[in-house]
Design a protein around this ligand. Structure first.
Ligand code: LR7
Ligand code: MN
Length: 431
């Protein structure tokens, strides 16, 4: 456990955070950590950092949920080890491999505190991480709060401070992504970077939630397996059903970002993630699920089981539509709230299609034989008359110059395209 604060000193918001004072009567919390085949050192680092960096008064217990690990040291030796710690540590064993979602549900059900705090099993909590999370929940019990996630290298264990200038979003494939905090959010906070950031989505592993609110809002979708999708599902649900999801910029927790997982995905990684994503798309995204289905046409073959209970929950809680979410919570989303067309852009004479060729920002858009498989050949002609491929827009800044893909700027100009329905021609506005 090392190097926790040195790098923060130059950071403006952290400096201001140090002058903050939190009330004495914060709600208490259980810290729930689920794991499957976690390494001893990282698991213990997580536990010890919680112990030494949380005020005794508010740390009720640590609940470890072993998702049927296959490593001997995680059995008896772990039980013996935690007996001697200053805070009650409970170990729950899943009878079979269940995945992180159902394991967290089990941990949450065992919690006796007012707030549940979830952590991955390879984290390091920094000094003062917990107080600002609990203080915000005390202020507003329907706020679900995340720390800034610092990066711990899986090669060197170097500790690098995360940024307070990014927040959570997602792309058409429903991958969680970090994007810059938009100007509207800076304006709302009047430039005070110690005020929490309203984030459209969360990474999923590190957050605190009022226990009763966790239950009221529908805990998790227990039909999701192993890994993935639960973070977007919970994010959409919280916002659409009247809560808020916030990044508490004065709270920092490190997380080891791993290039490879130490575990298997029974049934296949792709299959499991697609199933989980279908469950969330079918329940929460209304017609906007088309973006996911058209870019990954293969997923519609994946059986997603029964979601009627989750639809019932949405009904019962009288939740807002996905369009409401896009308009009010995530106007800078990669999914345009209003659009004319979604699909391929085909030259009917040559039967060739516009193709982003898997290229990145600032590179030329390409042309390729139409393959009808979605992916790189899916574009949306939006109500702002931009042509988007996920988070990039077609942009033409030079006369006769190449059409390149740049971040969508919503300022029209070089990203404004006119479509002439009569002659079926797309024209850049400026040419
Ligand atoms: O079958 C499993 N059973 C488990 O108990 C699979 C995993 N797990 C445990 C695992 O041991 C770990 O403690 O679940 C926890 C999360 O698994 P990771 O660490 O392999 O996930 P991740 O860090 O790659 O993925 C992020 O997205 C996941 C989507 O399901 C979860 O929400 C993770 O909690 C989440 N991690 C974070 O948010 C940390 C920051 C990452 C970013 C960005
Ligand atoms: Mn993790």
């Amino acid at each position: 456990m090392s190097g926790e604060t040195g790098k923060f000193r130059n950071n403006f918001s952290i400096y201001r955070c140090k002058t903050k004072v939190y009330q004495d009567d914060l709600p208490d919390t259980s810290v729930v950590i689920v794991f499957h085949n976690e390494a001893w050192s990282t698991l213990l680092r997580t536990i010890h950092s919680v112990l030494i960096r949380s005020p005794k008064k508010v740390l009720r217990e640590i609940i470890l949920v072993d998702d049927d690990s296959e490593r001997d040291f995680l059995k008896k030796p772990l039980e013996n080890y935690v007996k001697n710690l200053q805070v009650p540590v409970k170990i729950i064993r899943m009878e079979q491999r269940s995945g992180l979602i159902r394991a967290r549900l089990r941990g949450a059900a065992a919690s006796k505190a007012q707030v549940i705090t979830f952590l991955d099993a390879h984290c390091e909590c920094t000094v003062g991480w917990l107080e600002p999370l609990l203080a915000r929940i005390k202020e507003n019990r329907t706020a679900v709060v995340c720390p800034i996630i610092d990066v711990i290298s899986d090669d060197t264990f170097e500790y690098m401070a995360g940024s307070d200038m990014t927040y959570g979003g997602f792309n058409w494939k429903l991958n969680f992504r970090w994007y810059p905090v938009p100007q509207r959010e800076m304006d709302r906070r009047k430039g005070d970077r110690t005020i929490s950031v309203r984030t459209p989505t969360m990474a999923g592993g590190l957050f605190s939630i009022d226990k009763d609110y966790f239950e009221e809002i529908g805990t998790y979708d227990a039909g999701m397996d192993i890994w993935g999708g639960e973070n977007l599902e919970m994010s959409f649900r919280i916002w659409q059903c009247g809560g808020s999801l916030e990044i508490i910029t004065c709270s920092h927790v490190g997380h080891v970002f791993r290039k490879a997982t130490p575990y298997t995905f029974p049934g296949g990684t792709g299959h499991i993630i697609n199933k989980n994503n279908r469950r969330l798309a079918e329940v929460w995204m209304d017609d906007f699920k088309d973006f996911f289905y058209i870019i990954s046409p293969g997923v519609v073959k994946v059986d997603y089981g029964d979601v009627s209970a989750r639809r019932g929950l949405r009904e019962r809680l009288k939740c807002n539509s996905f369009s409401w979410y896009l308009e009010n919570i995530y106007p800078d989303s990669q999914i345009p709230r209003r659009y004319y067309l979604l699909g391929e852009i085909r030259n009917v004479a040559t039967n060739q299609c516009l193709d982003n060729m898997g290229r990145k920002e600032n590179e030329k858009v390409g042309i390729f034989n139409c393959h009808g498989m979605g992916g790189n050949q899916v574009f949306s002609y939006t109500a702002d008359k931009e042509i988007r491929t996920d988070d990039l827009c077609l942009d033409v800044s030079r006369l006769n110059g190449p059409v390149v893909m740049l971040k969508c700027h919503h300022m029209r100009g070089n990203q404004l395209w006119e479509y002439d329905v009569q002659v079926r021609l797309l024209l850049s506005h400026d040419l």
